[in-house]
Design a protein around this ligand. Structure first.
Ligand SMILES: Cc1cc2nc3c(=O)[nH]c(=O)nc-3n(C[C@H](O)[C@H](O)[C@H](O)COP(=O)(O)OP(=O)(O)OC[C@H]3O[C@@H](n4cnc5c(N)ncnc54)[C@H](O)[C@@H]3O)c2cc1C
Length: 392
């Protein structure tokens, strides 16, 4: 039976996309989108990039207010879902209209992530960069000269550091791992970006975790002191999965879903940053933090609910990161054991037991798109296949 009421928890990139796609697929039941944040749903990627420089918050909005009236989507901002009662098929929410319960036929969990908080003394002195309010605070700080320490050399820390350097601030990056973006890219690409950031004037401190933050800066595990009057915490995230675990759903590095993106309860789906789903290439459960995964998950769930398509999830993952004038793009997804092969300047291929797993490019949108097509073909791809496609 097609559900008559869908409630979506989390009004970020994936939650909003689910509402959009449900209506695009002809779903005519009720849709309630519940989001803890104020204002209209917005995109996060520019928060560590263009927004820091232009301050244009309106440009982040994903859909205008009129969308919700015209598509009959009830949007409840500043409203938090506190509990799921699976037996009664209802959620408890609290917000401007007080505490109340909302029934659902189908529930979609799109709760995203929050910043990881490593055990660092004095960490409450550090700023976060997850939401628009955080970015507004950072933008204000960047208006006057700063000596900045960034804890975390992943995408967000590096993007922020690149903007801060461009604006003339002193920047140190502290990364506990021995290389930058270690979870996401090959050692070759880490090296490439480390050289760039050094060239742009940023000091890198690799292989030493931060252990303390105070008014004078950051202390590393080996006792090194990094002077800073402003510290950004960008040391990774953890999934907002407590609602699911409290409701007895299976949780393992996120809300665990099957290839149809259903949780262990067939009346509840999960998507995006909070969901751990089976990777079609390897069969292993993965959790990705990307706009692509959030929106493709949402489209699949909406098509299933509207009974338009019941295909299993097989979309190719892809990512991007803008650092100064370099656009890093990654087609596919490689695990930590993948090997690497330099294809040419700024192009690295990564392989695992199943063949080509991912292709990393810098300022090469054409090659990135070719790699996406190759990887999406569903057949194992060799280095020779890739080189041929790149040369074509
Ligand atoms: C600074 C920054 C830069 C980024 N840059 C890129 C990039 O360049 N490329 C890329 O692909 N991705 C990027 N990302 C990641 C991308 O934004 C996320 O992958 C994407 O937003 C995930 O969508 P989502 O719907 O899963 O979660 P989110 O968009 O994070 O939305 C989750 C929402 O759920 C709400 N919520 C949580 N719990 C509850 C509850 N109990 N009740 C009500 N609401 C709740 C949260 O408040 C939040 O608004 C970036 C992220 C950040 C923070």
């Amino acid at each position: 039976m097609t559900p008559r009421s869908v409630v979506i928890v989390g009004a970020g990139q994936g939650g909003l996309q689910a509402a959009i796609s449900l209506r695009q697929n002809g779903f005519d039941g009720s849709i309630i989108l519940v989001g803890a944040e104020p204002g209209l749903p917005y995109q996060r990627p520019p928060l560590s990039k263009a927004y820091l420089q232009n301050g244009n918050a309106d440009a982040l909005t994903l859909r205008p207010q009129s969308f919700f009236a015209s598509k009959e989507v009830t949007y409840l901002p500043e409203t938090t879902v506190d509990r799921i009662n699976r037996k009664a098929q209802e959620i408890s929410v609290s917000g401007p209209e007080g505490a109340r319960r909302l029934p659902y036929d189908h529930l979609i969990l799109a709760t995203g992530t929050r910043n990881l908080r490593p055990p660092i003394e004095g960490l409450d002195r550090a700023c976060d960069l997850r939401c628009l309010t955080d970015a507004q605070i950072l933008r204000d700080r960047l208006a006057s000269p700063q000596r900045i320490a960034v804890i975390g050399g992943g995408f967000i820390g590096l993007e922020f550091a690149a903007v801060a350097r461009k604006l003339g601030h002193e920047v140190d990056i502290i990364e506990a791992a021995p290389r930058l973006m270690a979870r996401a890219v090959s050692p070759l690409m880490s090296e490439y970006f480390a050289a760039l950031h050094r060239e742009w004037g940023t000091r890198l401190h690799l292989g030493q975790p931060a252990v303390g933050v105070d008014e004078a800066g950051v202390t590393l595990a080996d006792g090194t002191r990094i002077a800073a009057n402003f510290v950004l915490l960008a040391a990774g995230v953890c999934p907002n999965a407590e609602l699911a675990s409290d409701a007895g759903l299976e949780v393992e590095n996120g809300v665990k879903v099957n290839a149809s993106l259903l949780t262990s309860d067939p009346a509840i789906s999960a998507l995006g940053d909070c969901a751990s789903f089976p990777d079609v290439r390897t069969g292993q459960h993965v959790r990705l933090e990307s706009v692509q995964a959030a929106t493709d998950h949402a489209r699949l769930i909406a098509a299933r609910i509207a009974k338009v398509d019941t295909a299993e999830y097989a979309a190719l993952p892809w990512f991007w990161s803008d650092q100064n004038d370099r656009k890093l793009q990654i087609a596919g997804f490689a695990g930590p054991d993948a090997t690497e092969e330099a294809v040419s300047e700024g192009i690295v291929a990564r392989f695992d037991a199943h063949g080509l797993a991912a292709v990393e490019t810098v300022n090469s949108a054409g090659v990135h798109m070719k790699a996406r097509r190759l990887l999406a073909g569903g057949k194992p791809v060799s280095l020779a296949d890739l080189k041929e496609a790149v040369a074509a």
